[in-house]
Design a protein around this ligand. Structure first.
Ligand SMILES: NC(=O)c1ccc[n+]([C@@H]2O[C@H](COP(=O)([O-])OP(=O)(O)OC[C@H]3O[C@@H](n4cnc5c(N)ncnc54)[C@H](OP(=O)(O)O)[C@@H]3O)[C@@H](O)[C@H]2O)c1
Length: 250
């Protein structure tokens, strides 16, 4: 039965990313791992970018033993020199990167309990350094190696949504995702002449270390939106914030 389910899953997504090379940050666990795995199953060469090389190598090897194509790279997204080294390392084996998924992110415990009126600048700085500047560093480093028709997918959150009810908690995380959304829009406008589509999406409340055990969405289901955005045909409908396969309000 397990084999039949695995075969069925393989058939559903098979070939959607054939011939594509995808870089996914924060791919060692949680949503990033699920996205990198889903992309490999869809035919991409999936590059698991992690902070722990041993973990990245084990994850890529696990994919390869199952017949998929995968590689790994190492970088802390807060460190520009590590990202430069990552590019140099990957370019030797993958001169073109078709898809970049900026998934690595943090939501610090101190932030979860922090009131906006009592925001700690150090917590804000640490969070922004990963969730916003980490994405900026990755984009600036990889965009020169992306072809026409490339895709950039930013994992954001409705906590950064300006529409709707603001919450009186998590100011560092919420503002970081709001900034990420604006960066997504601006990058999409900038890269439209190269047909590079740039989108952000909300993955739902996902059962990961960040989301916790009470969350309602499995990482594998959250990864489906990333796959949809990576595999959809070229469209002028880009620079959008998605929930599932539907654009939503910023
Ligand atoms: N879970 C949810 O309910 C939810 C909801 C909305 C949005 N999101 C977003 O989804 C993304 C993934 O979240 P998740 O739930 O999978 O979180 P997670 O389980 O806590 O995993 C976070 C990932 O980010 C990596 N990471 C953190 N800081 C990094 C850095 N400086 N450099 C490189 N990698 C770093 C971690 O790597 P290490 O293993 O090395 O620490 C880990 O792989 C985040 O952007 C998050 O904001 C999550």
């Amino acid at each position: 039965m397990a084999t039949r389910v695995a075969t069925q899953q393989k058939t559903d997504v098979q070939g959607q990313l054939d011939g594509k090379t995808a870089v996914i940050t924060g791919a060692g666990r949680g949503i990033g791992k699920a996205i990198a795995t889903a992309f490999a199953r869809a035919g991409a060469c999936s590059i698991f970018v992690v902070r722990d090389r041993e973990l990245g190598e084990a994850l890529a090897e696990e994919q390869r033993t199952q017949g998929y194509t995968a590689d790994c790279g190492v970088a802390d997204v807060t460190d520009a020199s590590q990202i430069s080294m990552l590019v140099l390392d990957l370019m030797q084996r993958h001169p073109v990167i078709d898809v970049l998924v900026n998934n690595a992110g943090i939501f610090l415990d101190a932030d979860r309990h922090m009131r906006p009126s009592e925001s700690d600048p150090l917590i804000m700085e640490e969070t922004w350094n990963t969730n916003v500047l980490g994405v900026v560093r990755m984009c600036s480093a990889f965009i020169p190696h992306m072809p026409k028709g490339g895709r950039i997918i930013n994992v954001s959150s409705t906590m950064g949504q300006l529409a709707g009810e603001p919450q009186a908690r998590g100011p560092a995380y919420s503002t970081s995702k709001a900034a990420l959304n604006m960066y997504t829009q601006m990058l999409a406008a900038d890269l439209s002449d190269r047909n590079i589509m740039v989108d952000s999406f909300h993955p739902g409340w996902v059962k990961t270390d960040m989301g916790g055990p009470r969350a309602t969405v499995e990482p594998e289901d959250a990864a489906k939106t990333a796959l949809f955005l990576a595999a959809r045909p070229h469209s002028t409908e880009t620079g959008l914030f998605w929930k599932g396969t539907t654009p939503t309000e910023w």
